[in-house]
Design a protein around this ligand. Sequence first.
Ligand SMILES: NCCC(=O)NCCc1ccc(O)c(O)c1
Length: 762
Amino acid sequence: MGCSGRYCLLTLFLCLVTELALGVRVVPKRKKEAINVPDDQSTSASWWQAGTATPFRESSNSFSSTHGLVQTHPTADDPFGSSFGGIGSTIGPSSNPYGHSGSGPLSGGVRNNPLPSIARSANGKLSLKHLDFTSSATAELRRNPALSAPDECARACRENEPPRICYYHFTLELYTVLGAACQVCTPNATNVVWSHCQCVLADGVERGILTANRMLPGPSIQVCENDKVVIDVENHMEGMEVTIHWHGIWQRGSQYYDGVPFVTQCPIQQGNTFRYQWQGNAGTHFWHAHTGLQKLDGLYGSIVVRQPPSKDPNSHLYDYDLTTHVMLISDWLHEDAAERYPGRLAVNTGQDPESVLINGKGQFRDPNTGFMTNTPLETFTITAGRRYRFRMINAFASVCPAQVTFEGHNLTVIATDGEPVQPVQVNTIISFSGERYDFVIEANNIPGAYWIQVRGLGECGIKRAQQLGILRYARGPYQPSSPAPTYDIGIPQGVVMNPLDAMCHIKRDDAVCVSNLKSAKPVDQALLQERPDVKIFLPFRFHFYKPKDLFKENTYRNFLVAPGGDHVLSLVDEISYSAPPAPPLSQMHELSPDLFCNGDNRPPNCPVDCRCTHMIDVPLNSIVEIVLVDEVQSPNLSHPFHLHGTPYNVIGMGRSPDKNIKKINLKHALDLDRKGLLHRQYNLPPFKDTLAVPNNGYVVLRLKADNPGYWLFHCHFIYHIVIGMNLILHIGTQRDLPPVPPNFPRCGHHLPSITPPFYPIH
Ligand SMILES: NCCC(=O)NCCc1ccc(O)c(O)c1
């Protein structure tokens, strides 16, 4: 059964046994030419056959496939056609239950199918596999004819087309990378079995994970602007509660479905299903768990809300906007994220990831043995002469910035965090947890295969975490001809989008700061008046505990053991956020006002133990300015702050102009502001919802508070969230909110009065 190679399935399992001591599943180093199994081949078991040539593909330039889904336009370069205006057909998941190609472990064979709303499998039967793995999803779609399936929603968007209701069902489970499902996904298996393959490969290293629908990333949501998106989240994670946040979706009118635990909802209990529903604002977004550390264990996936080309100011810059050209990058551990929290002192210290994944794929070189896994790398296919919109999502959870570079190709940035910007051409993009960058790649090089490098920067430099992918021209070779870039000898970086030095005000041609970007859509003039209605300075830092203060008897203070062994707590405006026992959005009247605090109203025990629900009230429709000031005393960190509910405009960004100031702080920032020395520029400041505050620097943000609700504003690093680097921006009053949905789940303490014991009954 496909076990013809030198390393058949059985051998591999023997390898596993011998490698158990390492806890790492590795395969012997392969001949160089076999490093990257083209992902179109991953319908075969070729990735198991380490070291062997891949017979029918290495020499083949055709689209034909010996099994699985068949390319229906075998002679065309690019079978997408151009009948859908500037967008091109948006396809891929149409024949793939995994959502975009990258999300399915063995996807790729389904790439480039033209736009049928229901895919045909090789045997010609209509395939319903996109519906879900669960019969409940299929049942819901059958029951309600108003609902559209994922593949029907992932389409080219047209003006005047009626909106759809797009239905998704996520089943969340504890699961395994390289579990026994991977034995089922063998060659010669029928297409149906392959299509339902539940094998998660990640970087080829075995571990326990959390999954939605047994995929990594989880299902991709790809819809058109104005579609209604309905997601039933069924929690089957043993002993875990969960919420899912739809990062970048504003939730106007659907405040209850923002997915922040104890802010907008009670977490979904094990065994329960919670129905999220919202209408998406256009752009590249993503979803992820917002509870605990679950996101880092695999609970994330892409969201793309497309528009008719006429509504995108940059649509003339690209020919195709394919479902398969979503690039979700994530950092990856080889153990549960909770193993690093609060943090260990001897082995596996700190929270830095071992690895990086591109659409859940990658390879890993074991630093102890030098052995490298041979799992498939993500491959994006393009055709010479065409221009492609790529949608990059930084789903990192750790503190590492990510640097993305494409060999031999410029990147024209056209949007960030879902919002269009005037195009700028760069060669490499540095992004932080929670950011999205959309860029255009023109297939203008020699048709071949080119490396994609994603390098973890900052603390990730210690373990040299990186990942590779391949940009491949249709009908060209599958393997890049150049040597694989390494961490230390990478693809030349050229012009950098988002340089870490944040030198944004000098003229330079080697970098573009976020604050240099110009919005490609108009900015409300009211936002740009000199005096905002509300101005909020928010310094943030760590509190470094002395261990003897931290471990006092009868105290249980929150902390993280940072990579250097420091025990730290997060403070925003000297307050460490702790969640209330029930969400203010739905149960405010039951919450004691004493729980809440802010800079004007800190609890009496501050700063010694300053934990409370940090909440700042701003009036509905006010113009708000927020100045974030990095008071963190560590040279390596820039903290990305994400705002729920509404985007902000980036008015300014920088560092102290005073060379004598070694470390910026609130007092100095106030001083600079008084002197008019905080950089502000009002000419089309870009919209963002996640922005890294430069190390030892500041950012100036503006927003119109016109979406009432309780919106979390926080550092997007997952281990900083759990030690309190959050606050709630409360816009408007209870009266401004839509009513609590009927039967909305409730939570809170159970502290009844203590009743006296019964008299014993004889
Ligand atoms: N006196 C400098 C030492 C220092 O800054 N130590 C903490 C840095 C830190 C904190 C939290 C993290 O999550 C992290 O990765 C690194």
